[in-house]
Write a protein that binds this ligand. Structure first.
Ligand code: ATP
Ligand code: MG
Length: 412
């Protein structure tokens, strides 16, 4: 077995930690050959708050993935999320002054660097600098200017920054578990690799990854990422509301939500009553699905309205032809797609990673695996040189050998 053939995606989520081993088969299709999933206890809202328990879960998830894939893991591609993530679009300009005036790879790197030369506070670092389009002597919309003749090259670049300490704690946890980080990727960008089609990205699409602790948004237009955002709200907040509303332990509230929860009371076709225990020996009770749904509805509505406000703020609403794709575990809530359609006024579909990936039969084609599977897709593309990276960390990131990336999207 050739080891370089395999890549490992490690999704460190608020609810679960998931390691996926995968490779590309002879037909170029991505195949998952090993999986390990453990509950995550050391994160809050997408951010590591307890190192020891995170390290422990990482070890167990990777061990399990190693056993099922039948190989040893040394390096992983991992994701980053959390409310500290911020993104913006920036433009860079450079002059092509050499004799031939031919655009070289170096010029493309230079122009991305120029776009990156914005004021970034010392406690933040660039996680991605992804070119959306190049402008070659005023000619816009160029995806790959390599080799073109020009006197001036400009680039529109999507820049994602994150808190240095948050990234460091992710890297530290992985290192202490005994593994190296090959690259670190914005979580929802990885999810997008697994659940979005190239056609959707071209037509304009909003991806919403609803996890336990965070809801992540990315918007693609004309094949490029144009907006990204991480909100510190997720499915756990719904569970919390149920636990408070019913005065029942969180564990039972979670079970009740998954088995009987619905985002819209009007969609409940089969009324049922659900038993629940009280907290610490107190009397429990019974609730109807409709009453349960009345607890859930306002929280989900609030969350989706927040997402919609973000989308409107991005100024990209009018460019979304392919609608909304929902992924992440919280998107499994019954009635959520219907509510999302109502709030966004756009067609909504569920994003499951099994569409473009083989080997998920054993664990099931669930949206909770979108990020893990997407990290494998990203890793494979990166190894093939389709995702560029190089060491030039500006500050603290370089000490942990994090690579800063230039993302050349689909065009290499
Ligand atoms: N069938 C279901 N119905 C409703 N909610 C569900 C269902 N299955 C899972 N969830 C919810 O999905 C959430 C976990 O999703 P996911 O595994 O995508 O999160 P995560 O990646 O661990 O967290 P994050 O991305 O926020 O760090 C939990 O809040 C859980 O209650
Ligand atoms: Mg997640």
């Amino acid at each position: 077995m050739k080891k370089r053939e395999f890549v490992v995606g490690l999704d460190i989520g608020t609810t679960k930690i998931c390691a996926m081993v995968g490779r590309q088969d002879a037909n170029g299709e991505v195949e998952i050959t090993g999986v390990g999933v453990t509950p995550s206890k050391g994160l809050r809202k997408g951010v590591v708050v307890n190192l020891e328990s995170t390290i422990d879960s990482i070890e167990r998830a990777i061990e399990e993935a190693e056993a099922s894939a039948g190989l040893e893991v040394s390096q992983v591609f991992t994701g980053i999320a959390g409310g500290h993530i911020k993104s913006l679009n920036s433009r860079g300009v450079v002059v092509i002054s050499r004799g031939s005036r031919e655009i070289a790879r170096k010029d493309m790197e230079r122009v991305i660097d120029a776009a990156k030369a914005i004021a970034i506070p010392l406690d933040r670092e660039v996680i991605h600098a992804i070119p959306q389009e190049f402008i070659v002597d005023d000619q816009g919309g160029v995806k790959n200017p390599l080799g073109m003749s020009a006197t001036r090259l400009e680039a529109e670049v999507h820049i994602v920054t994150g808190a240095v300490t948050s990234a460091q704690n992710i890297i530290k946890s992985i290192n202490r578990a005994g593994f190296e980080v090959e690259d670190i990727v914005l979580g929802p960008l990885a999810s997008g690799e697994a659940v979005l089609t190239a056609e959707e990205k071209r037509s304009g699409v909003i991806l919403i990854d609803m996890g336990g602790g965070t809801t992540d948004i990315v918007i693609f237009v004309k094949g490029s990422i144009r907006h990204s955002e991480v909100l510190a709200l997720g499915g756990d907040h719904v569970t919390h509301d149920i636990a408070i509303g019913l005065r029942t332990p969180a564990l039972r509230a979670e079970e009740v939500k998954k088995a009987y929860g619905c985002a819209l009371p009007s969609l409940i076709r089969r009324e049922e009553s659900v038993d629940y225990p009280g907290v610490e020996g107190r009397r429990g009770g019974k609730i109807s699905r409709t009453q349960l749904s009345e607890i859930i509805e306002p929280r989900i509505e609030e969350l989706l309205i927040l997402v919609n406000t973000e989308v409107e703020r991005s100024g990209l609403s009018h460019l979304i032809s392919a609608g909304v794709v929902l992924t992440g575990g919280a998107s499994l809530l019954e009635g959520l797609p219907e509510m999302a359609e109502r709030i966004f006024g756009l067609p909504v579909r569920m994003g499951r990673p099994g569409g473009g990936t083989k080997g998920l039969e054993r664990i099931g084609d669930s949206p909770i695996y979108a990020t893990g599977v997407g990290l494998v897709h990203y890793g494979l593309a990166y190894r093939q040189g389709k995702r560029m990276a190089h060491f030039k960390g500006r500050n603290l990131f370089s000490q942990v050998a994090l690579r800063m990336k230039e993302w050349f999207g689909e065009f290499f």
